[in-house]
Design a protein around this ligand. Sequence first.
Ligand SMILES: Cc1cc2nc3c(=O)[nH]c(=O)nc-3n(C[C@H](O)[C@H](O)[C@H](O)COP(=O)(O)O)c2cc1C
Length: 395
Amino acid sequence: MALKRKLYSGQDFRRALSIAELREVARRREPHFAFEYVDSGAEDEVTLRRNRAAFEALAFVPGLLVDTTGRNQRRMMLGQEAAAPLVIAPTALNGVHCRDGDLALARAAAAAGIPFCLSTFANVRLERLAREVAGRHWMQLYLLTDRAIARDIVARADAAGFEALVVTADANVFGQREWDKRNYRGPGRLTLRNMLDVMRHPRWLVDVMWPQGFPRFANVYDFLPPEARSARAGVAYLPRLLQPDISWADLEWLRKAWPRKLLLKGVLSPADAERAAELGCDAVVLSNHGGRQLDGCVSPLEMLPEARAAVGDTCELYIDSGFRRGTDVLKALALGAQGVLIGAATLYGLAAGGEAGARHALDILSGEIDRALGQLGCRELGELGPQVLRRCPAP
Ligand SMILES: Cc1cc2nc3c(=O)[nH]c(=O)nc-3n(C[C@H](O)[C@H](O)[C@H](O)COP(=O)(O)O)c2cc1C
């Protein structure tokens, strides 16, 4: 009988050849609820699928017989050179995939020579990150009910020397990730099926949970009421802190309060990108939150050319949502993105093998970038432009 094609899903993350394969290793290694938290999108997951489909609608047109020895993928981002056009995106609860998961991801980023962005809902205090990990650090900010939380984070990130503040604007109302929610019978309470599944992952229990239990939301902890301070209660409580009243006035205030680079994340409309640039943002992150917020919305890649035209040279454009291959990254750069934020791809690496697994994810992506750059007939990222792409119906 002929063997069927099958992605590797064993224990050794080093054998993963692609992000899709790292995802399979992660799926096996951690409890289902932790994996689903990363993997699921909002409602029918139409946005999640669209993010991927948008890449397939763009095809490369390579140039031939160009000497591409000595290729490099260095990129200026926010005025400093990075070794690759990548940034680790801010993600909450990294501590459920690996002990001190935020530090592990930051170390992987530093080793790869790229910036790391810490989430407001990280499990490690921003001061500890600054103290323990060298490298470029950006701080993500959610504007929560009490603006005192934002004032506190801004002041602390400033004192700790963070390079940039990334204000996330597309979570004014928390997205409904139904597949994630189905793992709970009530806020913060796993179903019996999921509790049994956790027991089937003793190594994860020892490596990640023992002895301190579920990781805390270290950067907002002091602002939580006592009954929401346990991490389990926090998971249920924090989404309620997200605020429907956030407005451009908040961004104006932050521009005055934050002395260094300011980015607005979650932008999809060219008009919003333009307004952010006019308000003094140094960059905009085109994003639909990895398909986790509004279902049925455009992919940031589809909006990139218009956004590029809208902001011109007034600010840099970054992008995320659905990037799983080096070729995806090159498509975005060819359309005018300065860099790409990577969310789920490095989290699969983290879940599959901690810091080394996250490094493996970054190695996979930069290996793919390097190969595709050569196959396109380019030596440097600056040579990419719309000439290497054609819009075609997806195969
Ligand atoms: C598990 C997870 C948690 C996230 N938490 C945050 C967060 O705390 N703040 C934020 O601005 N974005 C958050 N995001 C969105 C990411 O910053 C990023 O926009 C998204 O992951 C990009 O899509 P990708 O996962 O397909 O790469 C999260 C994404 C994931 C997968």
